[in-house]
Design a protein around this ligand. Sequence first.
Ligand code: EZ4
Ligand code: CO
Length: 401
Amino acid sequence: MTIEAARVIVCSPGRNFVTLKIETSDGLTGVGDATLNGRELAVAAYLNEHVIPLLIGRDPARIEDTWQYLYKGAYWRRGPVTMTAIAAVDTALWDIKGKVAGLPVYQLLGGRSRSGVSVYGHASGSSTEALLSSIASFVERGYRAVRVQAPVPNISDIYGVTDKPLYEPASAALPTEAVWSTPDYLAHIPSVFAKVREEFGPTLRLLHDVHHRLTPIEAARLGKSLEPYALTWLEDPVPAELQDGYRLIRQHTTTPLAVGEVFNSIWDCERLIREQLIDYIRATVVHAGGITHLRRIFDLAALHHVRTGSHGATDLSPVCMSAALHLDLAIPNFGLQEYMPHAAATDEVFPHGYTYADGYLHPAEEPGLGIDIDESLAAKYPYRPASLPVNRLEDGTLHDW
Ligand code: EZ4
Ligand code: CO
């Protein structure tokens, strides 16, 4: 069997997605997510111009060899565009391997380590009342873990804080700009968690995403001030390039730390993991080199008491979610999976067999990943340029994201 064809499908059913579909000489197909939010067409071009010509005629069974070929053979290793493109190929080849074997992919990864994949939802709202009722609605639907993002007095527009039921990170074609204030944020957030604990008790798992906006010492102060509320994790407290920042935070607080949604290789996180500077690694199938490479990261993490908490926002397609669930089910050190339901149009374009029930997601039991793309329906939703917003401080300085 050989790879006979591969094509990139760019569509926008509610938001932009890039998908790779590989076809074999035996008539089997596999799909991989290649969506890089706000930089979609760069990955599409990388695949079309530089990767697809190398795939034709190759043996689809050689997943590891193809991964190494695309990684080492390019000379230019790592980086979000390259690793997202490699991830798409890798994911599609695992899908095909599952179909060849007649098994769901989690069986090829060693089988179940648990009965379901624990997920957390995103609660937010433009007022404290709206936030509390949003959390309540997750609890009613069986969620045992909720990310809490709150409005802050004097900050008019906070990323991730909305009354809308659907979460959409990107906005206008060109980035919108919001004004950020660290003093207002740090002064307010602990009181939000005090109210949430008062209302929901001590055992609901609570998470909070800082979106890389603090300095290490500010993040240390936030972590300390949140200790009474026993968070499951504080996410992306500081930008992750200077990793000593995590050591500084660690020296001051027992609030667990999570990072990794922007990471694309094991080299982005090996020190954070090896030196036990974090508690959860949030790298993903789509942005960290596919199932093959993410498994390698997760195995390293398992040696160092680090659990997984893969990113799962709406800009990661149902193809990525399907792949993530197979890996989450199989690995020994799974922690939590982020889950935000997609728009109805997205779900229609990507028919999938995974299901949510009582706080858990379950992957499809059919051979492969249990996911496809309806290409004729996708064609009805053409690509629309969309960007993530940026932040400025009150004096106009461009701030961390
Ligand atoms: O900013 O998915 O934890 N989730 C997040 C997301 C990310 C977007 C980036 O594309 O931080 O909202
Ligand atoms: Co995040």
